[in-house]
Design a protein around this ligand. Structure first.
Ligand code: ZN
Length: 75
C-alpha cells in the first residue's frame, strides 16, 4: 500500500478581483446571489486568498454580507 503524499494542489486561478474586473463601485447587499458566491456553505465569508478579491472590495463585501444577514438574505 502506498502512502499518498499529495500536497494540496490548488487549481491556479487568476488572482484578479472579480469586482474590479466588472468595475463594481459598490457591492449591493440586496444582490444575495453574488454574495453567496463569496461564502462557504455554512455562510462564512471566504477569505481573500481563496477568492482573490482585493482588499477594497473584500471590505465592501463583508459589510454587504453582514447587512444581508440582518435581513436574512444570506446565512
Ligand atoms: Zn476589487
Amino acid at each position: 500500500m502506498q502512502k499518498r503524499r499529495t500536497r494540496k494542489k490548488r487549481v491556479s486561478r487568476p488572482k484578479i478581483c472579480r469586482f474590479c474586473e466588472m468595475n463594481v463601485e459598490y457591492i449591493d447587499f440586496i444582490d444575495a446571489e453574488t454574495l453567496r458566491k463569496f461564502q462557504t456553505e455554512k455562510g462564512k465569508i471566504l477569505p481573500r486568498r481563496v477568492t482573490g478579491t482585493c482588499l477594497r472590495h473584500q471590505k465592501m463585501l463583508s459589510v454587504a454580507i453582514k447587512r444581508a444577514r440582518i435581513i436574512s438574505l444570506v446565512l
